[in-house]
Design a protein around this ligand. Structure first.
Ligand code: AMP
Length: 533
């Protein structure tokens, strides 16, 4: 494979230059405009002295210009690093220092992160370009160039020296030590997934795909490159809609989306607010989720509302690029407690369930989930130690030299030959000697009709108390659910030792930057008794 990600839109740009590629908030960028703007940006980046292999941070809100920036950086033979502009400046500074980026492509209405970054940080050779239609209101910097300068540049294509095994982007995920870890993703990593997905989902130019995930989250790379590879339209979802389930539903309707792809929590929220009528979103062909367990009751809700759509669970960590396995539901589950498999490996990948000695476990037995194959990242940016700890090989496998990624997830192979995700080892706890999966308590909670959303976390209560199970929940609208009543209901589903000791009702569960339930924050809430949304 020698194609590069930036070549994906070229075909549509040549054949259908006036068709929209990116749509957001009433703005649209056609394939022709996307191609020429990214060519011009590559020209400018090179003219400003960027070299092959340089890392370039992109610190701007989700927007067509962010995608132009990604492609322009790739066309300059460089590697982009998408950074969440809502992150605290200190975290942004850590990421920029870690990837040794000398350039930031910035934009948007609020330059305060950038201002603070420059005020606080070592200025060094950091240079900023303002790739945004909004005026630059930054107080601490003068951009090296702005979006208007693109117009003055030649818009022809550039010869590239990179090959597909070259880093396309570095995605920073939260690191247990407090410093974000940079997962290096090559062109080939993304291309393999996109090629599999195009075939499997039969994606084509008439598709109108959602762009829901934030651009620093790896699901968004499928939104972008899956769309551009097929000459389809990417409808970028404004992040503020995340908290407005009715508006989100209206977005899907009015954009006439054919594909929705997100983490499950937003689908949960929409389900709980019951924002879709039966047969709603008539153009939607597929609903895909990844990144978290989609509670079966919410899945059933959606499958009943949208009988015309196909529902696919995609599973995978950032380190194995977007997703490594898939499962399309053959029919709506009958039972709200049914476990939905993560399915089988995507083409070119393999899932393995291994024991502590890296030997395969027999079907039905729980083990550690490892991933092998074409999606595997070369490792963490300039961190051989963490890379060696997470990317291993096993002498007990037929190919003892093959690289495996240790996901840290627990899994089993079911009687049906499919893989089942069984939770994180770190959400398995011991409470008064009993071994408990917090996911099991959540599943029982999710089956209670008066519960809209829930998350169960374990805290160390110290002393004789030991580990304490804490349950955060959002009651359904109009329900006057009390912890006492909940506990009584759960008693019918769980042994007494699994019943949470502490309860707290929320208006909505806190979410992290990736749109997942923020369990770290929930633990803090239970530990300190304080909550500031
Ligand atoms: P991230 O790197 O943010 O994508 O997180 C990867 C982790 O999310 C995996 O190791 C799993 O723990 C979890 N995950 C990803 N996809 C799924 C899924 N479909 N079902 C359950 N958990 C998932």
């Amino acid at each position: 494979m020698n194609e590069l990600l930036q070549h994906l839109p070229a075909d549509a740009a040549q054949r259908r230059p006036d068709e929209p590629a990116l749509v957001m908030g009433g703005r649209r960028l056609t394939y022709g405009e996307l191609e020429s703007a990214s060519n011009r940006l590559a020209f400018l980046l090179r003219a400003h002295g960027l070299h092959r292999g340089d890392r370039v941070a992109v610190l701007m809100p989700k927007s067509p210009e962010a995608v132009v920036s990604f492609l322009g950086i790739l066309k300059a033979d460089c590697t982009y690093v998408p950074v969440d502009p809502a992150s605290p400046p200190a975290r942004v500074a850590k990421i920029i220092a870690s990837c040794q980026s000398r350039w930031i492509l910035a934009g948007g209405k609020d330059p305060s992160t950038l201002d603070k970054l420059i005020e606080d940080g070592p200025r060094g050779p950091l240079r900023i370009a303002w790739i945004s239609p909004e005026p630059c209101l930054g107080k601490t910097f003068v951009p090296a160039f702005g979006i208007d300068d693109l117009e003055l540049c030649p818009d022809g294509p550039h010869p590239c020296r990179n090959t597909s095994d070259y880093p396309a982007h570095i995605l920073f995920t939260s690191g247990s030590t407090g410093t974000p870890k940079g997962v290096v993703i090559t062109h080939a990593n993304v291309l393999h997934f996109v090629e599999w997905a195009m075939r499997y989902f039969k994606m084509g130019p008439s598709d109108r795909n959602s762009g829901h995930s934030p651009l620093h989250f790896d699901l968004s790379t499928f939104d972008i490159y899956g769309t551009l590879a097929t000459g389809a339209q990417l409808h970028m979802v404004p992040p503020e809609l995340n908290f407005l389930p009715n508006k989100l539903a209206e977005f899907i309707r009015s954009s006439e989306l054919t594909q929705w792809f997100s983490a499950p929590s937003v689908l949960n929220l929409m389900a709980k607010f019951d924002v879709a009528r039966p047969g709603d979103f008539p153009t939607l062909k597929r609903l895909l989720w990844c990144g978290e367990v989609f509670p079966t009751p919410a899945l059933i809700h959606w499958m009943k509302r949208l009988p015309h759509a196909k529902f696919t669970n995609l599973y995978g960590p950032t380190e194995a690029t977007i997703a490594s396995s898939y499962y399309t539901l053959p029919h709506c589950p009958q039972n709200e407690r049914a476990a939905i498999p993560i399915g089988s490996a995507c083409a070119g990948e393999a899932l393995l369930v291994l024991d502590d000695d890296l030997r395969p476990t027999p079907p039905g037995q729980t083990g550690w989930l490892y991933i092998r194959g074409v999606g595997l990242s070369p490792g963490y940016w300039q961190d051989p130690e963490k890379t060696a700890a997470a990317f291993v090989s096993s002498p007990h496998l037929p190919d003892p030299a093959a690289r495996l990624y240790k996901t840290g997830d627990l899994a089993k192979i079911g009687d049906d030959g499919l893989f089942y995700y069984l939770g994180r080892a770190d959400s398995q706890i011991k409470c008064r000697g009993h071994r408990i999966e917090l996911g099991e308590i959540e599943a029982a909670m999710n089956a209670v009709a008066q519960v809209r959303e829930c998350a169960v976390v374990a805290i160390d209560a110290g002393g004789l108390e030991g580990t304490m199970i804490c349950c955060a929940y959002v009651p359904a609208a109009g329900s006057s659910l009390t912890p006492v009543a909940l506990r009584e209901t759960l008693r019918a589903a769980l042994p007494a030792y699994m019943l949470p000791a502490r309860w707290k009702a929320f208006d909505g569960l806190p979410q992290n930057a990736n749109g997942k339930t923020d369990r770290k924050k929930l633990k803090e809430v239970f530990e300190t008794g304080r909550y500031e949304p």
